[in-house]
Ligand binder design. Structure first.
Ligand code: FE
Length: 343
């Protein structure tokens, strides 16, 4: 070997040793795109950073906006994780090819199988029930039973619910399709629309206020809105809570319709290991307890203590339908609602 080559080899070897021995001051990090309100996730992310030293960068936006952004960014995206609400939205991200499957014993053990994607591409992190609320003064809870019964003509002009472009409603209808088939579900949707007390307007909170103000006698809404009002010291919320009660729908049928907020590892994640650690952290007992307390959502782990407000509502049978099916029936649900005149 020529001396010059020997020198080059020795220098290259030494350079390699120096690189290995030099502490990397580059901090590990994870980037999340999230459609959740920052206050509902940031404290947990800070806790994760404190425990692991892994920096978490959070970009918050609308679910659809972030999904489009991820599609546009493709493999150049900085994002490692996508966090959003509703199984329908998670399914859309899956169908768009944005996620990759995650095999984690920790996640599989923590979450019941019906609250995660069947291909392990996304995982539920919190659970919400979409149930029936009624006016204490005008409805006796013994008149209530399941969702199907809300199509009965005795409720003519008495039901308030938001519009059909809302994912929560689409997922409810998707669940009905999964249980009863399209024909019965469409008949039901027509009956429900005929019973609307007004044209769908506003969000879930508005439907609850409409029951309190006497515009409607029944509302369909997500449990955490009612829970949030119960925890609130705002006077409108206090007044509404006094006049409106929660009823666990379909306890003698399929069970109350539930949905999740959830998270998935992106296909082009650059920090996959750290991202999976964060997913597992969010499913841990401590995180689940905080998560549920902060937003009055139900933990996805059975071993988590409920907030006093949730405990006060009493136990209920949740619809055991795999949440994956909500997304799978979403397109059919949207068409069906259209046909039924649900605007
Ligand atoms: Fe919501």
């Amino acid at each position: 070997m020529k001396p010059i080559l020997k020198i080059i080899l020795v220098v290259a070897f030494l350079a390699g040793v120096i690189m290995l021995l030099t502490p990397r001051n580059e901090v590990e990090s994870v980037n999340i795109y999230s459609s959740r309100n920052e206050g509902l996730i940031k404290p947990l992310l800070d806790e994760f950073t404190a425990e692991t030293g892994i920096q978490v960068n959070l970009l918050t936006g609308s679910g659809d906006g972030l999904l489009t952004r991820l599609q546009n960014e493709g493999r150049n995206t900085e994002a490692d994780l996508f966090l959003t609400v509703d199984a329908g939205a998670l399914h859309r991200a899956k169908i768009a090819g944005l996620f990759q499957p995650v095999q984690s014993d920790i996640l599989n053990q923590a979450l019941p199988s019906n609250l995660r994607d069947r291909d392990n591409e996304w995982f539920g992190l919190s659970m919400r029930a979409r149930t029936i609320f009624y006016a204490n003064e005008r409805v006796d809870p013994s008149e209530l039973s399941d969702y199907l019964a809300l199509a009965d003509e005795k409720w003519r002009g008495r039901i308030c619910v938001r519009s059909s472009d809302n994912l929560y409603n689409q997922s409810l209808v998707a669940a009905m399709i999964a249980h009863y088939g399209e024909e019965i579900t469409e008949q039901w949707a027509r009956g429900l629309v005929a019973n609307f007390g007004r044209k769908p307007v506003g969000g879930d909170r508005d439907q609850l206020h409409a029951v309190a103000s006497g515009q409607c006698d029944i509302a369909i809404a997500n449990s955490y809105y009612y829970g949030g009002m119960t925890a609130s010291d705002d006077q409108t919320s206090i007044d509404t809570i006094k006049k409106v009660s929660l009823f666990w729908a379909a306890q003698n049928a399929e069970g109350t319709h539930v949905n999740v907020s959830g998270i998935g590892l992106l296909r082009h994640a650059k920090n996959a290991d750290a991202a999976i650690m964060l997913m597992e952290f969010l499913a841990s007992e401590a995180s689940q307890e905080w998560y549920a307390q902060a937003n009055q959502e139900f933990p996805v782990r059975a071993d988590t203590e409920l907030s006093p407000i949730l405990a006060n509502w009493g136990p209920f049978k949740a619809d055991p339908l795999p949440i994956s099916e909500l997304g799978e029936h979403n397109a059919d649900a949207v068409r069906l609602m259209n046909r039924a005149g649900w605007r």
